[in-house]
Design a protein around this ligand. Structure first.
Ligand code: SF4
Length: 371
């Protein structure tokens, strides 16, 4: 029964590692979604469903055509439409004549995740399943670290493409490393690989822009039009606090001495939206405050067309931006988003941040001169 799952940015490497640890090598690894994937998904989806539904449906159809017949998908007791994705996709795929088994993983419940993993493993006991899961979340820390380094080095690299080349080597290393003791050592090896192999412009003074929003659009380059690469191409360092680790990194979630960024941002965001309304609304709003405090220059908020929770965030962002002097650009994306218009908006935002920084610099210089 070849198993597949949605394409999800660099998380693909975490999923492959996790399934390998469960003894599942019969994988159909999803291809990076293309225009055709979008077309397939849109053709068979309800018109006004949110865009990640269409893209994941299109990916499933492509993987089924490549021989998959077991589909792994998140779902369960979440707060918005995502929890119903798999049921609706199941009906659509059955109508299209596909006969497949569904593995529904409730990412909000550690217990459910463990039960499902055990049931799809090749006979692992509970302890072995916990071990496999732990390898998954530790590797997710490493893929997050790799993305973070890539989004930094690529903005200031001298030889174009060198950071991406190292990032690809690192991802391969993450997947192929199996022993926990060796996996843990990668935390030091990965930054070294970037530092030793990517020559950077030491005189550069790049702007720093944080990107957040709905998790799928933020993490899947096919849907976010490779926004990190575009910003890096404009000489801007970027990062995202949005991560799947907020659900699966049990080690950090249970650590009373360490708060994850989303927990801090959430505490700021509840001032504007006191209750969880789905998606990442509260954390996204709170990020504008958190990253202002950390000295970042601006924030880009991404959300897919018809995404309910992020439309709420989008309408509150102007107030958060004003009150905290943090420039925010909200961008909505779907299968019709044009690259040229998207690029122009990014360039205009970066210009705005640049002139804001220059104004600030002039002001502080004239202050010093007056004293
Ligand atoms: S968060 Fe937005 S895009 Fe994601 S399932 Fe909910 S409504 Fe759809």
């Amino acid at each position: 029964m070849p198993l597949t799952f949605p394409h999800f940015g660099s998380l693909k490497h975490v999923f492959v590692s996790l399934f390998h640890e469960l003894g599942r090598y019969d994988l159909v690894i999803p291809n990076k979604p293309s225009k055709k994937t979008f077309q397939l998904g849109s053709r068979y989806s309800p018109e006004f469903v949110c865009t990640p539904f269409k893209l994941t449906l299109g990916t499933f159809i492509e993987s089924l055509e490549r021989g998959a017949d077991e589909l792994g998908m998140g779902g369960g007791h979440g707060y918005c439409r995502f929890r119903f994705y798999w049921q609706v996709q199941k009906i659509i795929l059955e109508d299209l004549g596909y006969d497949c088994k569904w593995i529904r993983i409730d990412y909000e419940s550690t217990r459910d995740m463990l039960q499902v993993m055990k049931s799809i493993s090749v006979g692992l006991n509970t302890l072995q399943t916990i071990r496999a899961f732990q390898i998954g979340w530790v590797k997710n820390r490493l893929t997050d670290l790799t993305d973070q380094l890539l989004f930094k080095y690529r903005a200031i690299e001298i030889e174009k493409g060198s950071s991406e080349r190292i990032a690809n080597e690192v991802f391969e290393l993450i997947v192929s490393t199996r022993k926990m003791s060796k996996i843990r050592k990668l935390r030091k090896t990965i930054p070294k690989m970037f530092a030793e192999n990517v020559e950077v412009d030491k005189k550069a003074n790049p702007l720093k822009v944080v990107v957040n929003g709905e998790i799928y659009v933020v993490l899947e380059p096919a849907l976010n039009l490779d926004i990190y690469k575009r910003l890096n191409g404009l000489g801007v360092i970027t990062k995202t606090p949005v991560t799947l680790r907020r659900f699966i990194d049990v080690g950090q979630r249970l650590n009373p001495f360490k708060k994850m960024d989303f927990q801090i941002a959430n505490s700021y965001g509840t001032k504007y939206v006191p209750y969880r309304v789905g998606g990442e609304t509260q954390e996204n709003l709170g990020d504008a405050i958190l990253y202002k405090k950390k000295g970042w220059d601006g924030l880009i908020h991404l959300y897919p067309f018809t995404c309910m929770p992020e439309i709420i965030a989008r309408s509150i962002f102007p107030q958060v931006s004003r009150e905290n002097d943090m420039p925010v650009l909200s961008l909505v994306v779907d299968e019709h988003t044009g690259e040229a218009g998207f690029q122009t908006r990014l360039e205009a935002f970066v210009d705005l941040l640049e002139s804001k920084r220059e104004r600030k610099l002039k002001k502080s210089k004239s202050k010093i001169a007056r004293h």
